[in-house]
Design a protein around this ligand. Structure first.
Ligand code: NAP
Length: 276
């Protein structure tokens, strides 16, 4: 088994994920895995970084596919005995003018952004080594969507005792409420992406709390973050940041020094902890 440190970035064949891999290849003292659900797109991205003189490694990962997640888990466990850095970056968003029925958008968006990310965490968090760093890429939209929730939902999402099961139930309820066209009456904001990212931010707060309870001595730091508004296929050409600029906050959190004991369990934007 290798003693080499290892970092893994989900959804990193393009956009912010690719920029995170680029920065980690330059700054992280170990192997860096670019992952992609499509091996062709992944290998093309690896070749692009090789042209820049960088040496990322590749592994397939579709966060919607439990078998794919478990294959990566077994590979990392066998080769490295664990993981030092995990960046959950993969995500999707329907375009504003997309005419797909809202209930379908809700189901599809939550499937990847919340449930896919949660499944990656369930399988890979037990492999995180002492002093490991976990970064869940959420969005400022999670904060605005939270403010658009009913007082009752806001209270639940801000609770310091909400469990992962309760969060899963709420995310499922959102999808079911959209199918019955009662989501607004039930206190939800009219944004599937926003609710999916509420899920990612709250999941991060829960996971950080569990790490405090179960692995206190391991000095693992886990945070959610917003990369900013970034020119990618998701956000379009009018966004203000380049992908490399968008990678800065996730990479800052991924490389927090071993002497750091904070931030942990926070929502971070522009390298600054934001209130939730
Ligand atoms: P992007 O250019 O569309 O890239 C998204 C990446 O996620 C792609 O590599 C995509 O792979 C991958 N992906 C999607 N579904 C996947 C799945 N099931 N399994 C594995 N990979 C999957 O978007 P981006 O702007 O870089 O976004 C990256 C993250 O930042 C997302 O979580 C997004 O919500 C968040 N974010 C972005 C902005 C922004 O302004 N851009 C702002 C706030 C937050 P394919 O190429 O195969 O589709």
């Amino acid at each position: 088994m290798s003693n080499v440190q290892v970092a893994v970035v989900t959804g990193s064949n393009k956009g912010i994920g690719l920029a995170i891999v680029r920065a980690l290849c330059k700054q992280f003292p170990g192997d860096v895995y670019l992952t992609s659900r499509d091996p062709g797109r992944g290998q093309a991205a690896v070749a692009q970084l090789q042209q820049e003189g960088l040496r990322p490694l590749f592994h397939q990962l579709d966060i919607d596919d439990l078998q794919s997640i478990r294959a990566l888990r077994d590979f990392l466990k066998g080769k490295y005995g664990g993981i030092n850095v995990l960046v959950n970056n993969a995500g999707i968003a329907f375009k504003v003018h997309d005419t797909t029925p809202f209930a379908v958008q809700a189901e599809v968006t939550l499937k990847t952004n919340f449930f896919g990310t949660k499944n990656v965490c369930t399988e890979l968090l037990p492999l995180i080594k002492p002093y490991g760093r976990v970064v869940n890429v959420s969005s400022m939209v999670s904060s605005s969507a939270l403010r658009g929730c009913s007082q009752e939902l806001q209270q639940k999402f801000r609770s310091d005792s909400i469990t992962e099961d309760e969060l899963v139930q709420l995310m499922n309820k959102f999808v079911e409420d959209t199918k019955k066209s009662v989501h607004e009456k039930e206190g939800w904001p009219n944004t599937a992406y926003g609710v999916s990212k509420i899920g990612v931010t709250v999941l991060s707060r829960i996971q950080a709390r569990l790490l405090n309870e179960q692995r206190k001595g391991d000095h693992i730091l886990l945070n959610a973050c917003c990369p900013g508004w970034v020119r990618t296929d998701m956000a379009g050409p009018k966004a203000t940041k380049s992908p490399d600029e968008g990678a800065e906050t996730p990479v800052y959190l991924a490389l927090l020094p071993s002497s750091a004991d904070a931030p942990h369990g926070q929502f971070v934007s522009e390298k600054t902890v934001k209130p939730w």
